[in-house]
Write a protein that binds this ligand. Sequence first.
Ligand code: PBG
Ligand code: ZN
Length: 336
Amino acid sequence: MAATNQADLPYRMRRLRKTPALRDLVRETHLSVKDLIYPIFTEENLDERVEISSMPGVYRETEKSLATRVKEAADLGIPAVILFGVSHHKDENGSDSFKATGLFARMIKIAKEAAPDISVIADVCFCEYTDHGHCGPIAEDGDVDNDATLINIGKQAVNAAKAGADIIAPSGMMDGTVAAIRAALDEAGFTEIPIMAYAAKFASTYYGPFRDAAGCALGKYDHVAKDRKTYQMDPANAREALREVELDIAEGADMVMVKPGLAYLDILAKTKDSFSLPTFSYHVSGEYAMLKAAAEKGWLEYEAVMMETLLSFKRAGADGILTYTALDAARILRNG
Ligand code: PBG
Ligand code: ZN
């Protein structure tokens, strides 16, 4: 005797999975080229671009190849790039990033000229321009001086806007950053430039490959803190993350970001549900490295796992994704 009379089943979830067309019809989440933001590293005084060993397929671009890369992204229909500098002019304050002639400003100009219609996002922070690698100047006690950073970051943000940046994205996690940037931009007449705040950014070991790529590893000086745990968030804290997001919105953030990506999808979903601002997820360097490493070993299928991962960010509530896979994903999406 059959345990269940088939005809009596009140539901059959499999009905809508029967064909590709049916599955297409009921799909809840879609990934588009328009969801992608491509991060690019640019090193000054470099003759030829250099592949980053822990991030296969990602390069330290030269100032010339930066233009090529931005055009490539634009031609694929990617709506935005975010720029990171590899500086040869570092000091204790990261002052090269205030200068109209420094790498920080030059990269923005180059990107904007290469593809005027793409949005150029300036990652506004000091770790790429300080000799100690921290996200602001160091106080007597060896820790980052919050309020001194705020004075400097206003200058950096205005420098970015003058160079042509379309969006300012502060990634340093100092208290009061968004308010300081908004005030500085408004005072300089850049009232229309939006802020995408790295609102909930965790002190994550997943940033390891990025620090190789951007040349901003910590630990060079004995008296200076060896990690970023006094400003980036404790990975254990979800409620605190919502408070961080709330404060950034109160200070004037137009868009918010949660970072890293996969390991923090719960924070992403809660952020989107709680505030409904345009919300972004950063699929970070370590996540990219894991995927590439497994693929190189033949243990995972790169393209399929990549697309599933990007889709998961959308499903969790992301309006867009910062990802080193952007060019690869865009090619797949365009070719159907
Ligand atoms: C710098 C910055 C970092 C990342 C983006 N901006 C590194 C850090 O905070 O140490 C990480 C990006 C990645 O890992 O892909 N403030
Ligand atoms: Zn930083």
